[in-house]
Design a protein around this ligand. Structure first.
Ligand SMILES: Cc1cc2nc3c(=O)[nH]c(=O)nc-3n(C[C@H](O)[C@H](O)[C@H](O)COP(=O)(O)OP(=O)(O)OC[C@H]3O[C@@H](n4cnc5c(N)ncnc54)[C@H](O)[C@@H]3O)c2cc1C
Length: 275
């Protein structure tokens, strides 16, 4: 099996301690020779300056191609155009185009309603490869699984080059989505989003928000070792690495690690996979 393409995701740190942790993780994860590092962008542009600074840091650090995320809900057309122009001037080649969620207290979604609007806008702007999201466990706000699939197909047709999935712990959900997209004539690569489990309770909270399902066997195993962090860590690495291996055998084109700015859990999974 050829070595899979690896990419990693970071969030822009909020303070000096976070910056130090990011620097350490960026240095440690370079060992995996990731194809790129993406940088998240807060809803409604709330992290704009920090996202830009993190993208700049990665470009200067030199080991990674920096790939900014861009969320569009609550943004103006001119604001998005200015940001795209800035990224073009910086030599950015790819962008992760997202809708995002309206921040609390903000009611007007603004010019862009859906990620597909942003995808079409970036495509018309030109010069970027466009990555976008897909949800094997179905997006939590979807009207139905069928609507979610229909909108995903429309989003890809608006100009997506590569899909990156939300994390999931049920490989069949990915295979089902992959095959459904293939039946609809969607040919783009569908990169597997991987959430290493560093802190099980945190994953439970995230999953409740983003609609990712934690299978019962995982819940029971993690609860059984609730007082034993070493066993929980070993379990987390084993389970996630096995899912990665299965999906790679099934032909998944790459693994995108949601690192949460921590290198160790991703490195442990990569080691298990022989990467
Ligand atoms: C790879 C990845 C990276 C992410 N990075 C970030 C980040 O940096 N910052 C951040 O804030 N969030 C991020 N998120 C989370 C994401 O912003 C949320 O999941 C958000 O709720 C949806 O964004 P989207 O781009 O997936 O939206 P969309 O693709 O627009 O879909 C959102 C919902 O709208 C529905 N929909 C789509 N089109 C239509 C239509 N035409 N009419 C009616 N309904 C429609 C879909 O079925 C779905 O339920 C990321 C998610 C993923 C998977």
């Amino acid at each position: 099996m050829a070595a899979p393409e690896i990419s990693v995701e970071f969030f822009p740190p909020k303070n000096a301690a976070g910056e130090e942790r990011l620097r350490e993780s960026v240095a440690a994860l370079a060992a995996l020779r990731p194809a790129y590092a993406s940088v998240t962008y807060g809803a409604g542009g709330s992290t704009q300056e920090r996202t830009l600074a993190t993208v700049r840091f990665l470009q200067e650090q030199g080991d990674y191609e920096a790939v900014p995320h861009l969320t569009c809900i609550g943004s103006t057309e001119s604001g998005i155009r200015e940001l795209l122009q800035r990224y073009r001037d910086w030599g950015i080649r790819r962008i992760v185009a997202l809708r995002g969620d309206l921040p609390d207290g903000m009611e007007n979604p603004g010019f862009f309603r859906h990620a597909s609007d942003l995808v079409a806008f970036i495509r018309a702007f030109g010069g970027f490869e466009i990555l976008a999201s897909a949800y094997p466990d179905v997006h939590p706000q979807a009207i139905s699984a069928k609507h979610d699939l229909d909108y995903l197909v429309a989003k890809v047709k608006a100009g997506v080059d590569t899909l990156v999935t939300q994390y999931f712990y049920n490989p069949d959900a990915y295979l089902q989505l992959r095959d459904a997209l293939a039946r609809r004539g969607v040919q783009v690569p569908i990169v597997v989003g991987i959430m290493p489990i560093q802190n099980y309770q945190q994953i439970v909270r995230f999953s409740a928000q983003c609609g990712a399902e934690i299978p019962r066997y995982m819940q029971l195993l993690f609860e059984a070792y609730a007082d034993d962090p070493a066993s929980q860590n070993a379990l987390a690495t084993e389970i996630v690495a096995r899912q990665c291996a299965l999906l790679l055998r099934e032909g998944a084109p790459g693994l995108h690690f949601y690192t949460l700015n921590q290198a160790e859990p991703t490195l442990a999974i990569a080691q298990c996979l022989g990467i």
